[in-house]
Each structure stands twice: as structure tokens, then as C-alpha cells.
Design a protein around this ligand. Structure first.
Ligand SMILES: *Cc1c(COP(=O)(O)O)cnc(C)c1O
Length: 366
């Protein structure tokens, strides 16, 4: 089976992990700090704060931004549940805006319509590796004093007009095992805002400023040096990773172009796509439906994935939640019924990607 994600660790990474083990400092220590500095430097932001996963990154970021119970947050219903869970955990209210068909991300027009007097923050989710239309979003939010938390979990170092995802106000990244950069579990918060950064550092470590001096009711959201050691080498060769992913995406976009009923993902002008996923849309005009195509691919030994089969707003646990507003998002609803992601990861061989494209063409052209 050709997997949808693949992880390979080189000797250098293994050596870095072993040296952490030998140092005897395995919890948060100097290697986490090294990771934070390297991540901030690569992104060109003042602060990167490492935490134990992408979900706590979101919730601690919101908390440090001053979001609390009753505050209204607007986001996309077409995302991983963590985006919404992090906000609900703080007692915030969720209102959904629709997405744009071009990039699967929150539509600036729909966002503008959804804004109310109570809106405190927007969480644009940069889905599948491509940043949202941040310049339009900023135009809408800046005059209204609405804060922005970018959920860049799937889009490390994606950018629009050279402004990198997560550098607008506050941004978060996941380091989960399937993401473009990983430590198994892990997360990073980025910001240029000094007070948000110091608040996150405080909250991450039990609200402790110095040993046993508490300034807030905090959490234990610390990342470990063992995990940071896994991430550092990936950060060093991240550009190569993205190049490999981009080449695969380019290949698919050329060889799958023009197939009836198939809509290919777009790389939008002025934006850097880091190809976390290559997500097809199988429309009603295709000779097979999505599950038939996925079954044909599986028969041929090709894994595929549906991210995400339903909108968050369609699950009853969210639909009936007192803090989730029911809004209709027709574009997101349609897109969720059409998406199918195929392997685009850097470990894919040329032969494999040709085989994947040929299989899809054959199955859909017959
Ligand atoms: C993975 C992901 C998260 C959560 O990250 P974890 O590290 O799994 O907690 C949040 N939002 C999005 C969009 C994600 O893809």
C-alpha cells in the first residue's frame, strides 16, 4: 500500500535524540529553547513558544489573547475539530463562516457577513498547506479591533505576499505525526506580541514565573527536549521537504488536468502552498462517486483520505452545543461531500506518483 503519509528519520536525527538521552535532561530544557529560536528565526517573528500539542497551542494562545467565556469567535466549519474544541474549552462562542471554493479556507466575504458586535477574534484555518487570504481578512478585522489567531497546524511556512502564516497577530502550528513537521505530538505558538508571548510562557508552565512564584492559574503544556530534538533536523531541511511535495503536486496538476468531474486544488497567485495534502474534488459529473474512486484506489494499493467527511457544524454534539451557533455554510457543505486527498508526501517516488495519476485517469476516463 502506498501510504497517505510517511515518516523517515535519518541517522542525524537519531543521534540528536540519543544525545538528549545521554544529557539526562529529557523534559523541557535547552533543546526546546533551541527549537523555539530556530522556528522564530526561520519565520521572522519575535517569539515562538513550544507546547505539547497543536490543540493546547490554540487554547493557550486564545487564553493569552484574553479570550474568555462568552466571547464570540468566528472560524471555518471545514477544519479538524481541535480548532473548535480549543475555543469551546475556554467557554467562547463559535460562529461559522463559509469557505471559499478556491482554497478551502474561510471566505473573507462570508467572514465579513458573520461579524457581529460581540466578535472578539477570528481563527482562519490554513487548510491542506495553503494560507488563507490573510490580506483581505486583515482589511476586514483591523478597523474593528478583532484579533486574529491563525491555525497553521497544516501549513508551516506557507505565506501570502511573503508574509508568513502565523506572523499576523498570533499563530499556532501542530507537530503531530501526520503534519509537515513533527515530533509525534507537539505544538508551537508564534507572535510578535511580547505580552502575549510572556503570558503563554507563564501559562504553559503552571503560571510559574520563577520557581514556586505563581502569577496565573496555569497548565502543564510543556514540550520535551526529546521531542524538540526530533523536530530540529526537519526544520533544517524543511525547504527540501516542501520542494518534494510541490513537485508531486505539480505532477498531479499537469497529469490530472481536464478529467471530467474532477476539480484539482489550486495554488493561488501570491501564495506559497506547502502541500500538506493534495485534495481532489470528485463532483457529480464524474463517472464514479468519491467512495467508488477511493475503493478503486485501495484495490490498486493506493491510500487516500477524506479530510473532512462532515462539517463540524453537522455533528450533533456541536450542532446542539449551547455555545455553537447554527449557521448555514453551503459551499463548505458541498466541498466536504466531494474531497479526497491522495498521497503527496516527500517520500513518494516518481514511479509511485505516476502510478497514482495513471490509476486515477484510467478509473475516471472509463
Ligand atoms: C492537527 C490539527 C490541529 C490539532 O493539532 P494536534 O497537534 O493534533 O493537537 C488543529 N487544527 C488543525 C487544522 C489541525 O489539522
Amino acid at each position: 500500500m502506498i501510504p497517505i503519509t510517511s515518516l523517515e528519520f535519518d541517522e542525524y536525527t537519531i543521534d540528536r535524540v540519543v544525545s538528549v538521552l545521554k544529557s539526562g535532561i529529557i523534559a523541557q530544557g535547552p533543546i526546546v529553547e533551541e527549537l523555539e529560536q530556530a522556528f522564530a528565526e526561520k519565520m521572522g517573528v519575535k517569539h515562538a513558544i513550544a507546547v505539547n500539542n497543536g490543540t493546547t497551542a490554540l487554547s493557550v494562545a486564545l487564553e493569552a489573547m484574553g479570550i474568555s467565556a462568552g466571547d464570540e469567535i468566528i472560524t471555518s466549519p471545514f477544519t479538524f475539530v481541535a480548532t473548535v474544541n480549543a475555543a469551546l474549552e475556554l467557554g467562547a462562542k463559535i460562529r461559522f463562516a463559509d469557505i471559499s471554493e478556491d482554497d478551502f479556507n474561510i471566505s473573507p466575504d462570508s467572514l465579513e457577513e458573520a461579524i457581529s458586535e460581540d466578535t472578539k477574534a477570528v481563527i482562519p484555518v490554513h487548510l491542506f498547506g495553503q494560507i488563507s487570504d490573510m490580506s483581505s481578512i486583515i482589511n476586514i478585522t483591523s478597523s474593528r479591533k478583532i484579533r486574529i489567531l491563525e491555525d497553521g497546524s497544516q501549513s508551516h511556512f506557507s505565506a501570502q505576499n511573503s508574509i508568513i502564516a502565523g506572523s499576523h497577530d498570533v499563530g499556532t502550528f501542530s507537530l503531530y505525526a501526520t503534519k509537515n513537521i513533527t515530533s509525534g505530538e507537539g505544538g508551537i505558538v508564534t507572535t510578535n506580541n511580547d505580552s502575549v508571548a510572556s503570558q503563554i510562557r507563564l501559562l504553559r508552565n503552571q503560571g510559574m514565573k520563577e520557581r514556586y512564584v505563581y502569577e496565573a492559574i496555569g497548565h502543564n503544556y510543556r514540550l520535551t527536549d526529546l521531542q524538540a530534538a526530533i523536530v530540529l533536523p526537519q526544520l533544517e531541511r524543511y525547504e527540501e521537504t516542501v520542494t518534494a511535495r510541490s513537485k508531486n503536486a505539480e505532477y498531479y496538476s499537469q497529469s490530472l488536468d481536464g478529467i471530467k468531474g474532477l476539480i484539482l486544488p489550486k495554488q493561488i497567485t501570491g501564495r506559497r502552498h506547502v502541500w500538506h495534502q493534495y485534495t481532489l474534488r470528485i463532483t457529480k459529473d464524474a463517472p464514479l462517486n468519491r467512495s467508488e474512486l477511493a475503493a478503486k484506489l485501495a484495490e490498486a494499493g493506493i491510500s487516500s483520505g477524506i479530510y473532512y467527511p462532515k462539517l463540524i457544524s453537522e455533528y450533533s454534539i456541536y450542532k446542539n452545543h449551547k455555545d455553537v451557533e447554527n449557521t448555514s455554510t453551503p459551499t463548505a457543505k458541498k466541498v466536504a461531500s466531494e474531497v479526497l486527498s491522495i498521497p503527496v508526501h516527500g517520500a513518494l517516488t516518481e514511479h509511485e506518483r505516476e502510478f497514482i495519476a495513471d490509476t486515477i485517469s484510467e478509473v475516471l476516463n472509463n
